[in-house]
Structures are given as C-alpha cells and as structure tokens.
Design a protein around this ligand. Sequence first.
Ligand code: TXA
Ligand code: MG
Length: 361
Amino acid sequence: MQTEMIKIDREGELEQQLEKAAALIRRGELVAFPTETVYGLGADAMNESAAARIYSAKGRPSDNPLIVHIADLSQVDEVASYVPEAARRVMEQFWPGPLTVILNKKDAVPDGTTGGLKTVAIRMPSHPVARALIRESGRLIAAPSANLSGRPSPTTADHVYEDMKGRIPMILDGGPVGIGIESTIIDMSGPLPLILRPGYISREQLMEVAGQVEIDPAVSGKVMPEKVVAKAPGMKYRHYAPRGQLVLIEGPEDKVIEKINALAAEKEKEGLRVGVIASDEIVDRCSAGVCLHIGSRSNPETIAARLYDVLRETDKLGLDYIYSESFFEKGLLDAVMNRMLKAAGYRLISLQPDVERRAAE
Ligand code: TXA
Ligand code: MG
C-alpha cells in the first residue's frame, strides 16, 4: 500500500485539504492525523471492521480499547449511556483539550472499538486539523497513538511515517504536536473519579472541578505494578520503549551526572553504543556516550515535547544502553516519569541519600 503524506497548510482552507482524508474515513480506511498531544491513527469509531484495521496496522492486542474522538459536546450522548453531573463539568472545563473521559457506553459503540469493555473512552481534541477531520468526515473517530504497538508515540508526521509506511493510505502532516505526551485519562464511569493515565491535565486541576479524584495505584508508583492490575488495559503492556536498554538515575544533580558518566564510560569500554539523556541543567557535564538533550527542568513543557523524539533518536543511533536523569516532580513531569519508567521497564537507580542509607542498614 502506498502511504500518501499530505502537508497541511494552516493558512489555507482546511476543509478542502481534508476532503480526501474525510472520504477515506467514511469508507472505513485509516488516516493518521495530528492532535495537540500526539499523532493519532484514526478510523470510523462506529464501524467495527474499520476499528479492526487499526489493530492490525499497529500490531496492537485487540483487548486494548481505543479512544473515541469527538468535535462537539453533543456527540458525547451518541456513545455514552449516562453522563454524571461531575463528568459534564469536567468536559465543559477541559474540552477541547488533552483529557480523555471514560463513561459507560451505549450499545451502538462496537465491541471492536472498546475491546469488549462496557465503557468507552471519549476525547475532544483541540487541534484544528483533528477537529476539522472529525467534522468533515461526519464520523466519530476512534484513534490510538499512531505508532507501532510498543514503540514511542509519534509527535511528528515523520515519526508516523517511520512506523506506518505501507500500512495505511494517508498521513496528515500538521507539523510537530504541541504537548508531546498522551492525554490524561479519567474514569468517571464509577462512583469515584479515577485517573488511569497521568497527562497534561493534572489531578489538582481535575479536583477543582470534580471533587475527590484518585489515581490508579498501578500507574503512580516507581516500581513495576505486579499485583495491582492497571485499569486501562493499555497501561499493562510494555510501552514507549526504545530498542536499547534504558536506565534511569535519580538523586542529587551532581551525583546523578557523575554516576551516568561512570556507567556510560564503562559500557563504552565494553564496545557498546551508549547514549545519555540529559536536561539543560546537566547537559554540559556529559563526558561519555552520545549526549541527547531533552529540554529544561525549569520549563517542563520542553521535556514533555522532546521525550518521544529523543527515545526514537536512540533507536536511529543504534544505541545499546541509554542512561537518563529522572524528573520526579509534581505536575507535567510526573506524567513524563510515568512514560519514562515504562520505557525503562522500571530500571531505576536511586542515589537519594535516604535510599542509600536504607540499603546500607
Ligand atoms: O492523547 C491521546 O490520548 C492520544 C491521541 C491520539 O488522542 N491517544 C492515545 O490512545 O494515547 P492510545 O490508544 O495510545 O491510549 C489509550 C489508552 C490505552 O491505555 C487504553 O487501554 C485506554 O486508553 N482506554 C481506552 N478505552 C478505555 C476504557 N474504556 N477503559 C479503560 N481504559 C481505556
Ligand atoms: Mg498509545
């Protein structure tokens, strides 16, 4: 299959540029498109065989449900059987934007879209191309991130092309995305709102509108969730992972860079290809391996925006080992760490004084 790349001219008439893409969606075909979080791989959400195409293009396990993208609040009622008052408030406050809300589904939503679950994930993106595509196609669009299953999510059309070339008919190139990590997912189908995946919209922001909000214990820890079962099926799979072995190091800045340099030098001596992921704050002190710059701690948005591109870069460079500093901080960096821990298979070296003390006892 030929994969056509359509460069979107944001100054030009969107409807016209999206005509062909909208027709593909109506025919049950796949189109990759930009959203404000990451690129999505879209298909008609109410067409079971279209949803099935998504799974085969991504190589994704079919029990992992898709997010249904809408362009208008009224469309919630096409897929949700019941919308609690708090969910309405959350939608009105944060949509369009990087938030996915899970509600009980209507029978009309095919099992192929929700992985057989009785609930449905709904999101109204703010990206103009995503919104125009939903409107022009006249369909609700089911879309996971447009990467091959297990790979880092795509934040540029080139990332999508790397993974989806020959597998899908069309990619809409709307330039690099703004945020760079996937939407926050909040489950509001039960009595207590539960965050299933952290993202740009924080727990604190959600609590202001929805009252008490819990975080799924399976996604908030520093250790691999074994006994606790993640409520979002997708969170249990190995994810976002580069081909090389990623190891995270946390602790005081000076000790972290010292340790990273030592580990990198050691692996290089063994003849292995090594990379170091570092922020502005320590990047000048990298002394071994290929140094990859991820952004600035003082501006967490730059780190979120660069994360997946840096992980993909480690693959292009053919790195065997990658050492990265950690960003255990409140807010957006917490969502970044959720992705990095998964990408690292939870390999984390702690140089925190209290952890070292405990280990010595
Ligand atoms: O920012 C985003 O959310 C992007 C863009 C394209 O919108 N999409 C995205 O989709 O990240 P995906 O498929 O890569 O991740 C969706 C996550 C998966 O972990 C899936 O298991 C979970 O949402 N999910 C979907 N429906 C669910 C449901 N009914 N109950 C629980 N988890 C659900
Ligand atoms: Mg994904």
